[in-house]
Each structure stands twice: as structure tokens, then as C-alpha cells.
Design a protein around this ligand. Structure first.
Ligand SMILES: Nc1ncnc2c1ncn2[C@@H]1O[C@H](COP(=O)(O)OP(=O)(O)O)[C@@H](O)[C@H]1O
Ligand SMILES: Cc1cn([C@H]2C[C@H](O)[C@@H](COP(=O)(O)O)O2)c(=O)[nH]c1=O
Length: 233
């Protein structure tokens, strides 16, 4: 039975690595798949993992019709067994509907990968629709960590060293510590430090508390980093 599976998590939790591994495993068993991505950091039509793996892919923009594309492929004698869809947060709602149709009407497995929420903790359109439609949703097991040692759950955007909460939803960029100096930088944080806008940079510079994001949250103190053995599970 074909399925629509959504693999999600923060930035830098291993989604693209898993996407390439899944493609490898399915291809190794003689299945024919198509790999899609959108706005990968490494450039157009590429799925790249921070572990160094990279593969050519089909670039998804708003004109792509997954259903028509797969039918055209099959009509030319190349039956498609599965799709790998990276950076699926950037897909449109209609495109995710097309992916679900491929599963239900043509029995094609669709494995989608993407971050759930943007730098304001608001759902991306593609992720929202995937959460609504997927047969199963997996939060990746490799946890990216906040500077405090807790599990990171949020993606903060950092501009000129400061966390921002205004701007375009889409701004391609990397987490700090990547190979190249990013134009737009992101840092993964636990919820409490995301809400209080305490990035690693701010945590190391004692100063007044910043304004809270507009969420209803009890006051929580900024604590020094905890060692892995003291981490909460
Ligand atoms: N030098 C490294 N050594 C070991 N693991 C690494 C290294 N660099 C990155 N990683 C792993 O790769 C993960 C990021 O993988 P990637 O597929 O690029 O993430 P995502 O697509 O979710 O942003 C990190 O969480 C880390 O586990
Ligand atoms: C939070 C957030 C992220 N992005 C961009 C930044 C990266 O280019 C991708 C995520 O890629 P990854 O493989 O999961 O690291 O999304 C964005 O455009 N807007 C945001 O709010």
C-alpha cells in the first residue's frame, strides 16, 4: 500500500541526509524514483546534506504539477515507484494535494522532508498541508540541540547577530558553523530561549532581558548551559 510520509524537525536535524538514504535504499532494490527539492542551500536542483552527500534533483517552483509530471514520465515508459520531496515546506498547498493524489490514485510512495515552522514559529504552507494529509508524520530522532543543551524545537533567524521576528517567510540560509559564511543565518533553539529571543550569542553576553514574542508563557529564567549528562529528556 503506497503512503504519503512526512519527515520533519528543525533545520539541521538530518532531513536531507535521510532523504538521500531513502532514495539510495529504494534504488538499490530496483525501484525508479524521482527526487525533488526547492531552494536548497547548495543551489538549484540539488539535494545536499551537511554530511557531504549531494544529488541532482528536479527543482520545484510554483508551476510544477507533480501529478502531470509523473503521468508524463509513465507515458514515456518510465513507471515511477516513489518520490523523494525535500524542502517540502516551500511547496504550495495544491502541490501537496497532488502528492496525495499520486499516492491514492497511482499507488506511488511519496516521502516528503521539511521543516515545520518558520522563524516566527508559524507553519509553512507545504508543511501545514502535509501535516493535514500525511499517512504518517515522523519527527526526526537526531535532535538538533539548543545552546543550553535542551532539544531544539524552533528555528531562529539571526541578522547582524540579532534574532529577528519580522521579514519574508522565505530566506534561504544556513545555520551558523556551516562551511560557508551564510547571508542569512539561522540558529536552532529550545522553545523557552526562542520565546525570550536568547540566542547563543546573547547568552554569552549578559544583558537585560529582551521583549517576549507575542505568546502567552510563564516567566522562565535564562539558565547557563547544562552538560549533556544533566540534560532533561
Ligand atoms: N561534521 C559532521 N560530523 C558528523 N555529523 C555531522 C557533521 N556535520 C553535520 N552532521 C550531521 O548532519 C546533520 C544535518 O544533516 P542535514 O541532512 O544537512 O540536515 P537538514 O536537512 O535537516 O537541515 C546534523 O544534525 C548532524 O547530525
Ligand atoms: C526557519 C526558516 C528557514 N528557511 C530556509 C533556510 C534553509 O534554506 C531552509 C531549511 O533548510 P534545512 O535543510 O532544513 O536546513 O529553509 C526559510 O526560508 N525561512 C525560515 O523561516
Amino acid at each position: 500500500m503506497a503512503e504519503l510520509a512526512f519527515f520533519t524537525g528543525t533545520m539541521d536535524c538530518g532531513k536531507s541526509t535521510l532523504a538521500l538514504q531513502m532514495d539510495h535504499n529504494h534504488r538499490a532494490r530496483g525501484r525508479h524514483g524521482l527526487i525533488f527539492t526547492s531552494n536548497d542551500r547548495a543551489g538549484e536542483a540539488t539535494v545536499s546534506s551537511r554530511l557531504g552527500l549531494q544529488r541532482e534533483a528536479l527543482e520545484v517552483d510554483e508551476t510544477v504539477d507533480f501529478f502531470a509530471l509523473v503521468v508524463a514520465e509513465a507515458t514515456q515508459g518510465r513507471a515511477v515507484h516513489y518520490l523523494i520531496c525535500d524542502e517540502a515546506q516551500f511547496y504550495t498547498r495544491e502541490q501537496v494535494d497532488q502528492l496525495a493524489r499520486l499516492v491514492d490514485e497511482l499507488e506511488i510512495d511519496v516521502f516528503a522532508f521539511g521543516i515545520t515552522a518558520d522563524f516566527r514559529a508559524q507553519l509553512f504552507p507545504g508543511s501545514k498541508r502535509l501535516l493535514e494529509l500525511a499517512d504518517r508524520t515522523h519527527v526526526l530522532q537526531v535532535e538538533a540541540l539548543c545552546w543550553c543543551g535542551r532539544r531544539a524545537t524552533h528555528n531562529a533567524r539571526v541578522v547582524d547577530g540579532h534574532m529577528v521576528t519580522d521579514g519574508d517567510q522565505v530566506a534561504v540560509g544556513d545555520v551558523a558553523g556551516g562551511d560557508e559564511a551564510p547571508t542569512v543565518e539561522y540558529e536552532v533553539l529550545c522553545r523557552r530561549h526562542f520565546m525570550r529571543r536568547v540566542t547563543s550569542r546573547r547568552a554569552s553576553v549578559p544583558g537585560p532581558e529582551g521583549a517576549l514574542l507575542p505568546f502567552d508563557l510563564d516567566v522562565c529564567a535564562v539558565k547557563p548551559p547544562v552538560s549533556p549528562s544533566d540534560r532533561r529528556t
